[in-house]
Ligand binder design. Structure first.
Ligand SMILES: C[S@@+](CC[C@H](N)C(=O)[O-])C[C@H]1O[C@@H](n2cnc3c(N)ncnc32)[C@H](O)[C@@H]1O
Length: 698
């Protein structure tokens, strides 16, 4: 990569790709194309880059080059400037003026599209109207599920009751129980992410990006403490997290002193001199600390952490060894460096580990890595988890699978209601956090497994529940046929198979998974999914969390991490693993799944559906569209005459529901789930988003 090709601070000169943006490169997939966006410091650099690109090919094809932003730039101008009135009156010309009083394009006249429009599009409605609006969106999705499952139902199979009776409840696939409101409506977020860059007027700005690569809007309030960057700063992201203590902890909810502020910067240091950068950071932390102290009331700023994200613009050259994501969010493993914060707060949280965030849910204390997922509305999350637990019908005979468990929040808050929790999470630092959180709270009946659910779920189910074949064979021999099919159907040719399903198939065909449960478990474990082996089948310890020393917790969590690594490198199983597996004799097997926006991987759906001992599944979704797609696969009856999986190629342009309907055709013959109840949970007041919870049973 030529130095002159590196993107840097943009200019508004004619010909730049993106006027007044910040320096970074992204790639977007668009109809089979990868589109990269790059900014340049000078027109000369731009020309240089164009020459380089013209001479290069990607995958045998010429790279097309175009001015990415001119059109939207002009459009935005002709529409009127973007302003920030996020916290102020809507569309008032006063609100349109930047907080630092600059005049410029942003300040000239009222904007049509404001930060408030972009970030909180429902803010103009009363809260009860917002709830109605969200509830009816969820109702539409339940109707969509019914329609799609009906379409996908094989001709040789009778429509299940929930589809044929749907008319009686307005076409819904199950009862919609309503919407749970957020206990806090304003200022509920414990985390805000801002972009840092230049406005169209060339002002250093902290705020939100209004759409892709359009300019940054001014932000009131928080910008006041953050506007002290030097000209060479190449910050591109700021994440502000605050820990909200809930009732039983130190501060009353709602007072400004109940929050400890944690600032977390993502910095692109590419091409920036190290000494200069050190100097910048020193200035940065000084400015921030001073700003926080002079706020009214003062902000208890405890921590400032910088994360280096060295994105470079090779995306355009399609070099697969570099960043090719479509997002400017830092990967979780980018290095973290805490900046010195003068002793503003030396509470136990501040003193223990400055790079960690602490928060509380349902009487439990959570210690989090800054990049770990944590629900942004802590108090509403408590309600969400309680609801999921209530619907899951838990008791001491329950083995709960917490699928996509993040830092363990769901499993840990429900651990006292079950015999054992097995959490599955792909993000290694989140797994270490979960392990640490179990230790901090003295919870001993949880085990957290690091791996992609699609890779480990099958072998975990076999480990704890036995293989699907065993149960089918048992039920066939007892003449208690429940509608499931032949053995080979269950382990058949899953498309996109993760390791576990594949290995099940292979082993079944070669007869290696035999009727002996222990042997089956050992064989699966030898296949080696990574795990933190803390499986102890007993109830929660009564140990008070305050007795746990975080240093020892650190050490144990690190041990766990090591263990995880060792497993990844393929060590053989330990005896304890088998003991843990066979010692767990539970009667009730429940999964609570809480996947990311993309929903559950098809292999996970298949594994859950084809294991006859999973009778109840609670699905928590932040993207009801993908929930519907997954539900189609979980609930559509299968046929003896299923189609062979034809792969994905022709399905590229299908909707998620269309794709799910296709997949049902190759679903192994298995008892479908039935949607039983649904509920919306409003974790995001003023936005159009909400969580949706559905209970499936069979
Ligand atoms: C919506 S978050 C839920 C986290 C957690 N349940 C909570 O409420 O805090 C989704 C989580 O799924 C994890 N994840 C994403 N894809 C995954 C996969 N294929 N297998 C396992 N975990 C995955 C993410 O790392 C993230 O922690």
């Amino acid at each position: 990569m030529q130095k002159s090709f590196l993107p840097s601070e943009p200019t508004t000169e004619k010909g730049t790709c993106r006027p007044q943006g910040i320096s970074y490169a992204v790639a977007k997939k668009k109809k089979g194309m990868t589109v990269g966006f790059v900014t340049f410091e000078t027109v000369e650099q731009l020309r240089n880059a164009v020459e380089v690109l013209k001479e290069n090919q990607s995958g045998g094809k010429q790279i097309k080059i175009a001015d990415a932003n001119r059109r939207s730039h002009q459009k935005l101008h002709s529409e009127g400037p973007v302003s920030n009135n996020g916290a102020a009156t809507e569309n008032s010309s006063d609100a349109a003026a930047p907080a630092d009083g600059t005049s410029g394009p942003e300040a000239a006249g009222a904007s049509k599209r404001t930060v408030r429009d972009a970030v909180t599009p429902l803010a103009h409605m009363t809260y009860s109207d917002q709830l109605e609006h969200k509830k009816s969106s969820v109702a539409q999705l339940l109707k969509k599920l019914t329609r799609n499952a009906k379409k996908a139902c094989p001709a040789d199979v009778t429509l299940p009751d929930w589809i044929s009776n749907a008319k009686q409840i307005g076409g819904l696939s199950c009862k919609l129980e309503g919407i749970l409101e957020s206990p806090v409506i304003d200022g509920y977020r414990n985390k805000c992410e801002f972009s840092v860059g230049h406005s169209l007027a060339g002002k250093k700005t902290v705020g939100f990006m209004l759409g892709n690569f359009s300019y940054h809007a001014y932000l009131r309030g928080t910008e006041l403490i953050i506007l002290g960057f030097g000209a060479n700063s190449q910050l591109f992201g700021l994440i502000m997290r605050c820990a909200v203590s809930s009732m039983q902890y130190k501060f009353p909810v709602g007072s400004t002193t109940d929050k400890l502020y944690f600032l977390y910067f993502q910095v692109c240091s590419t091409g920036v001199d190290e000494v200069l950068m050190k100097d910048e950071f020193a200035k940065l932390s000084k400015t921030l600390v001073q700003g926080a102290a002079t706020c009214s009331p003062p902000l208890p700023l405890t921590t400032i952490v910088v994360q280096f994200v060295n994105l470079i613009c090779v995306t355009v050259l399609c070099d697969s060894s570099d960043h090719t994501g479509i997002s400017n969010v830092a990967p979780a493993d980018c290095p973290l460096i805490p900046l010195l914060v003068p002793e503003v707060d030396q509470s136990e949280e501040g003193a223990v580990d400055k790079t960690r965030i602490h928060d509380h849910i349902s009487n439990l204390r959570f210690s989090l890595s800054p990049t770990a997922f944590f629900q942004v509305n802590t108090l509403a999350a408590e309600r969400l988890y309680t609801l999921a637990g209530d619907w899951a019908n838990l008791n001491s005979d329950t083995l709960l699978f917490d699928v996509c468990c993040g830092t363990g929040t769901i499993g840990l808050t429900l651990a006292h209601r079950v015999g054992m929790v097995v959490g599955i999470e792909m993000n290694e630092s989140a797994v270490v956090d979960a392990q640490r959180n179990a230790l901090i709270n003295g919870i001993k009946n949880c085990r957290f497994v690091c791996g992609k659910a699609e890779d480990v779920m099958g072998s975990l189910l076999t480990e704890y529940l036995g293989s699907p074949q065993q149960h089918i064979a048992a039920s066939e021999s007892n003449s208690e046929v429940n509608g499931t099919g032949k053995k080979e159907d269950i382990v058949g040719d899953a498309e996109n198979n993760g390791k576990s399903t594949e290995s099940l198939t292979e082993k079944n065909e070669s007869g290696e998974i035999n009727e002996d449960l222990d042997d089956g478990i050992s064989k699966e474990l030898e296949g080696g999914h990574e795990q933190c082996n803390e499986a102890v089948c007993n109830q929660n310890s009564e140990e008070a969390s305050s007795l746990v020393n975080e240093e020892s917790v650190d050490a144990k969590a690190a041990d766990c991490s090591e263990h995880t690594k060792t497993r990844k490198e393929g060590s053989s199983i330990s005896k304890n693993d088998v003991l843990a597996a066979t010692a767990c004799q539970f009667k009730n097997f429940v999964a609570i799944v809480d996947p990311p926006r993309a929903g559950l991987h098809p292999t996970v759906i298949k594994v859950l559906r084809t294991h006859p001992r999973i009778r109840r599944l609670v699905y928590i979704s932040c993207n009801p569209d993908t929930l519907v797609a997954n539900a189609i696969e979980l609930c559509t009856p299968s046929t003896e005459h299923r189609e062979k999986n034809k792969g994905h190629r022709g399905w590229r342009n299908m909707s998620s529901a269309g794709l799910a309907r296709q997949r049902t055709k190759s679903m192994p013959n298995s008892e479908p789930f039935v949607p039983k109840r649904a509920m919306a949970v409003d974790l995001f007041p003023h936005t159009s988003h909400c969580e949706m919870v559905m209970l499936f049973e069979r």
